[in-house]
Design a protein around this ligand. Sequence first.
Ligand code: 5AD
Ligand code: SF4
Length: 468
Amino acid sequence: MAYKRTELSPEDIDRQLALCERIRAMHGGRQPLAMVDTYGCQQNEADSERIRGYLSKIGCGFTSDETKADIVVINTCAIREHAEMRVLGNVGQLTHTKAKNPDQIIAVCGCMVQQEHMAEKLKKSYPIVDLVFGPHELWRFPELLLTQMTKKQRVFAVDDASGTVYEGIPHARDSKVKAWLSIMYGCNNFCSYCVVPYVRGRERSRRPEEILAEAQQLIAEGYKEITLLGQNVNSYGKDLDQPMDFADLIRAINDIPGEFVIRFMTSHPKDATEKLFQTMAECKKCAHQLHLPVQSGNDRVLKAMNRHYDRAKYLEEVALARRYMPDLVLTTDIIVGFPGETPEEFEDTLSLVEAVRYDSMFTFIFSPRKDTPAASMPDPYTRQEKQVWFDRLLEAANRISAEKHQEYEGKTLRVLVDGLSDGKHGNLSARTDGGRLVHLTGNETLVGQFIDVEITGSNTWALIGRVL
Ligand code: 5AD
Ligand code: SF4
């Protein structure tokens, strides 16, 4: 289908909000309970906040106990087979809760169900599921829910509605300190292993004035950390009639008065620019933090992955970013065992990791995704062989993270205390400007404040600090 950008009108969302009121009235005086279970990436976390926003308007309270929930929404991920297996297992478990409470409404949404074969599987093999809707249909969740409730029939809404952009869905945010802010939806890159462009559609950007208004609102409400979300934030704005690029957007948000920190993810190396690094360095509120997925350190593999950069370009980019920001915290994603990757090619990934020394890494074994080009490429190496490579990569990742964390010891840093923690290293959790996790012991009233701490210890995953 040809891509068409469609902006929903405010009336479209107002209509959904009116339907929320109708559903609320159907519950009489009793407050229904809802459970929203989220898998996958930050985009999904943000989508779940919108679903909870609608559920709040419907009058729901929230529970994390599926046996008590009147409405269960499972927001799924399709990025790897493992994620899908977990979802299907957990949906299957709901057979027991539905047996005890036949009126329970079970909805499954998100990327997994946007694949035709998965929607079919739910239709045929999971009769307990009442409502299925893909990411393109999220904006009309109230309407779909009302149809299911009034007609008492299963509803499947998984049309491939190319490019909707919508504004005005209420968010029920998890935190009072940190907020996700979606700046764009979808992806145009078609990396040969990845299902995202098929399930989330083509790239479309929200208008800058809408994003700025939301950022201003968040800051006025007291949020201290705003994470701008997009599958490839570096191509923000390209589809707008009055283009504004991502660096300009950061600068505009940075100009909003107040004490807060701006983070963003994810950046595609093919689109990261010197202008972006310079802007990050100049904007006081922008974290010196970059998630720059490399995926592989070998040029043949990068080409087969359709990544549009090579090892040399990637390394130059990292060097440039570090020239602008010597304190840059750099993280990445890596896929091990892409079809046909040889032991020598894997060594190139390992040597790149040793050269770059990431602060932390997300590592995955290749998982074939139906209908992606990589799924039909010859894949001669066994799972066991790939596991050996994976373990070596993880060892390197953990060793380097631990070494980098050690370098913080003895230093005094500004951190944002972002929540409570029940870990053995303290009752508070905080983040450095670069986004590293810090465990602290201190008064709970510190949550939401920027404070100075001395780093007294560290491990592979976190720093341990003392409030000054
Ligand atoms: N198999 C394994 N990992 C994958 N990723 C995306 N698709 C696949 C796949 N088919 C990883 C990439 C991406 C991250 C979000 O998930 O590293 O950056
Ligand atoms: Fe998937 Fe590549 Fe798009 Fe990231 S940039 S979502 S890996 S297709």
